[in-house]
Write a protein that binds this ligand. Structure first.
Ligand SMILES: Nc1ncnc2c1ncn2[C@@H]1O[C@H](COP(=O)(O)OP(=O)(O)OP(=O)(O)O)[C@@H](O)[C@H]1O
Ligand code: NI
Length: 351
């Protein structure tokens, strides 16, 4: 076990809902995880599972009709972010947490040159101006491997290719010198070669700067490349958590097995890419059952009646799954009872 002081981000019982006229969407429904200094923690799951809402919750970007529910905790270096006001949060986003999204256009302003935007960030965060800022901006563009940096500094975002734009966003992020980075599908829109280069760049920067990274993707192949530990997300909940090698060698939740079956390249030639039938449901009620049961090849009656809790499924307690098939080796009625008891204890705690 890592010492507690290694933990940079600690999320407990995070619940983020969206109130609509018809229902309350429980987009993130009680997730727990830590990110330690210098490590990359992944969140993986299909579209609509709640990954981006988790990221936006941490960054303080949930707006009405969205709400982070009381009882949720997000601590950055021990400070409770859910209690921060707008000003404090702006500071966190300016220098504490860096963000890289799927669409670099969202982070870049089309009417200013790339150089202007990086120099602005350098002025705000490091007090650099004039020639000093220009030199540092060039150094950062070179660091993210943008060729011909002095010239490209004077170009506008639309003059950059998709991959180069994402590199520019990373350079801008570096200008803010954060210790924590949230990447939400940063390479999804890029072709495979560029994707690999960006992942490598992020890993190099992580090593150089001791960055902690929360990495979000729907792609198990990307997770295998970049993550140290993985949380598998489904319909607002984490269904399996494990160190990355362990997850791939010994997946235990049927949903994880389904996702792994869907990795391109894992099939023998001619075999169709296997996917899980059906879609992620929109969670709009408290989980009193397994939300994956309707799509699960191994579901049995109790799965519709008992909310599965995380139980240890590997050699160590860092590998857990929320599934009524476990704990291993117990008869079905004992397993179901075990989850029922855990759910009752957990419910009592949250009241
Ligand atoms: N502003 C909003 N208002 C209402 N519902 C929302 C809002 N933002 C997100 N949701 C809902 O929250 C759920 C989770 O969405 P989220 O964007 O986190 O999924 P995701 O896992 O990031 O998916 P993707 O892989 O497509 O990015 C979805 O059901 C979505 O419709
Ligand atoms: Ni998303």
């Amino acid at each position: 076990m890592a010492a507690e002081e290694d933990v940079v981000l600690s999320v407990r019982n995070l619940q983020t809902v969206f109130h609509t006229d018809r229902e309350t969407i429980r987009a993130v429904d009680g997730v727990d995880f830590d990110v330690r200094k210098g490590e990359t923690v992944g969140i993986v799951g299909e579209s609509g599972s709640g990954k981006s809402v988790t990221a936006r919750s941490i960054m303080g970007l949930i707006e009405s009709p969205g709400e982070i529910m009381p009882g949720s905790s997000i601590k950055l270096n021990g400070e409770e972010l859910t209690e921060f006001d707008d000003m404090q949060y702006q500071q966190v986003r300016g220098s504490g947490i860096g963000m890289v999204f799927q669409d670099p256009q969202k982070s870049l302003n089309p009417v200013y040159t790339v150089g202007n935007q990086i120099m602005e960030a350098l002025e705000v965060n490091q007090g650099l101006t004039g020639e000093e800022a220009r030199k540092e901006a060039i150094r950062l563009l070179e660091r993210v491997a943008i060729p011909d940096a002095p010239r490209r500094l004077n170009e506008y975002p639309h003059e950059f290719s998709g991959g180069m734009r994402q590199r520019a966003v990373i350079a801008m992020m570096l200008a803010c010198d954060p210790e924590f980075l949230i990447c939400d599908e940063p390479t999804t829109a890029l072709d495979v070669t560029i994707q690999a280069q960006i992942l490598e760049l992020l890993q190099d920067l992580q090593e150089e700067r001791g960055l902690s990274i929360l990495f979000i993707t729907h792609d198990m192949g990307v997770i295998a490349e970049i993550a140290d530990r993985v949380n598998v997300m489904y319909a607002g909940e984490f269904v399996e958590k494990a160190p990355v090698e362990e997850l791939f060698a010994n997946p235990r939740h049927p949903y994880t097995e389904g996702l792994l079956g869907a990795i391109p390249g894992e099939q023998t030639a001619g075999e169709q890419l296997r996917t899980i039938d059906g879609d992620v449901p929109t969670p709009n009620e408290e989980a009193t059952h397994c939300r994956f049961a309707p799509r699960c090849p191994e579901a049995f009656d109790a799965c519709d009646a008992v909310a599965p809790q995380h139980v240890q499924v590997g050699e160590n307690d860092d590998h857990t799954a929320a599934c009524l098939l476990y704990p291993d080796g117990e008869p079905e009625d004992r397993r179901v009872e075990h989850h029922r008891e855990l759910a009752a204890a957990d419910g009592g705690e949250n009241e």
